[in-house]
Design a protein around this ligand. Structure first.
Ligand code: PLA
Length: 464
């Protein structure tokens, strides 16, 4: 670069450059012509005496000029804003991450024990196969379907370890895009915000089915069935296996049966997102009932699993995609294609979280300890839910019925606060939450319930 600068100076002594965003050039008339290729950030100088000299100009004009600023993520962006706030009374109810009563992150005791086991065994860090850790894949499918389930006995499940729930959903989306071109995915309205991103990025078309009814603050079951029925035959229907995010409203067992009826009638394929197994009710089997009901009917289904919440392994990125097929042969083929899709995306998955899950779920004593810890976590969330309801009912003199909060399950509550009201929650009360009115009760302590109730009552009644 130094020599190029020198040749510019000698070829054209009167040229001076000030190259920032816009290139400004002064030239002595008639002595040379100069052109600047903005696309390539190249500067070409023609002089009469020495012909064409080309050089790469030292400019600050970016080749990424066309890249616009992306908006903050509607969920994870809330955590960033929370961190930047220095206010003492701030409360992060945005992302669904479990906190202790002291509002501290929690590493499960069984996770620590499983990690100690790994150190004791001196396990290595070699690459995993593309499909992941065999011991993990075995226990994760068993946890989901039950070890004695015929789909497992008949080897009809293609299980591939994924990068937690999100990565597993994304892998399945890639499978849909490749093998079901044009097929639509039906998504509940509302749903977890990232679902739409996942299918958009995988270039899978999607549309919404009715789910939440603001009038009853409950499930719009008739609307849901009608929209699933109206969808083109062979669509994929994305269902939250338990603890629907963000509403906390799940179909009843009878309603699940009817949903399965319609999906079967229309030759649709159910695609379950199970991000909260054991965390919704405290029971691993209870929370897998919807998935097992579909499997028991002999339906082919997809199920994405996550261990972020139930084992608190958020940052380990551990989960799986399971595709239940009608034959072992089809399952083997599907699995081979899932591996083929994974290889160029991320090659093979990380080992640490997979070993933790395999150690906990595969060891009867750790497994029982885990269940107790999960019940403890689910129980703490239920306690703050009750306490928040008690405060809201006591403080709100308008007679508004807040009992919907008690009917919702899982780690969230869908408050019904609108965007302006949620802004009041954050700007005035320093309660960080998503703009759809969702609060994560897993981030709330008993000690903060009264403060939160004051913030909600104020926002609900004094802001429209
Ligand atoms: N599916 C649903 C329904 C979820 O709510 C989440 C996480 C995931 C999948 C994916 O989680 P994973 O990739 O960590 O396994 N939803 C969180 C976090 C808890 C997030 O948005 O990423 C939420 O606050 O909604």
């Amino acid at each position: 670069m130094a020599s190029a600068m020198l040749s510019l100076a000698s070829a054209c002594p009167s040229a001076s450059l000030s190259a920032h965003e816009n290139l400004k050039v002064k030239l002595k008339p008639g002595s040379a012509s100069l052109s600047f290729n903005k696309e390539k950030s190249n500067l070409f100088i023609n002089t009469k005496s020495s012909g064409r000299i080309s050089m790469v100009a030292v400019v600050n004009a970016s080749r990424f000029e066309g890249v616009t600023m992306a908006p903050p993520d509607p969920i994870l962006g809330v955590s960033e804003a929370f961190k930047a706030d220095t206010h003492e009374s701030k409360l992060n109810l945005g992302v669904g991450a479990y906190r202790t009563e002291e509002l501290q992150p929690y590493v499960l005791n069984v996770v620590k024990k499983a990690e100690n086991l790994m150190v004791e065994r001196g396990e290595n860090k070699e690459y995993l196969p593309i499909e992941g850790l065999a011991a993990f894949n075995k226990v994760t499918a068993e946890l989901l379907f039950g070890a004695d389930n015929p789909v497992i006995k008949q080897q009809r499940v293609a299980t591939v370890q994924g990068l937690s729930g999100t990565g597993s959903l994304r892998l399945a989306a890639a499978l849909i895009e490749r093998y079901f071109p044009g097929a639509k995915v039906l998504i509940s309205s509302p749903t977890w915000g990232n679902h739409k991103n996942i299918f958009n990025d995988a270039r899978v078309p999607w549309s919404e089915y009715r789910y939440y009814d603001p009038k009853t603050v409950g499930l719009d079951f008739e609307g849901m069935l009608a929209d699933i029925k109206a969808a083109p035959e062979g669509s994929f229907v994305l269902l939250h296996g338990c603890a629907h995010n963000p509403t906390g409203i799940d179909p009843t067992p009878e309603q699940w049966e009817k949903i399965a009826d319609v999906i079967q009638e229309k030759n649709h394929i159910a695609f379950f997102d199970v991000a909260y197994q054991g965390f919704a009710s405290g029971s691993l089997d209870g929370d897998a009932a919807s998935v097992r009901l579909f499997a028991a009917r002999g339906m082919e289904i997809l199920v994405a699993q996550s261990y972020s919440k139930n084992l608190g392994l958020y940052a380990e990125r551990i989960g799986a995609i399971n595709v239940v097929c009608s034959s072992a042969d089809a399952a083997a083929r599907v699995k081979s294609q899932l591996k083929r899709l994974a290889r160029p995306m991320y090659s093979n998955p990380p080992i640490h979280g997979a070993r933790i899950v395999a150690n906990v779920v595969g060891d009867p004593s750790l497994f029982n300890e885990w269940k107790a810890e999960m019940e403890m976590m689910a129980g703490r969330i239920k306690n703050v839910r009750q306490k928040l309801y008690d405060y809201l009912s006591a403080k709100d003199k308008s007679g508004k019925d807040w009992s919907f909060i008690l009917k919702q399950i899982g780690m969230f509550s869908f408050t019904g606060l609108n965007k302006t009201q949620t802004e009041n929650m954050t700007n005035k009360w320093r309660v960080y939450m998503t703009k759809d009115g969702r609060i994560s009760l897993a981030g709330l302590s008993l000690a903060k319930c009264e403060y939160l109730a004051d913030a909600i009552v104020d926002s609900f009644h004094n802001v429209s």
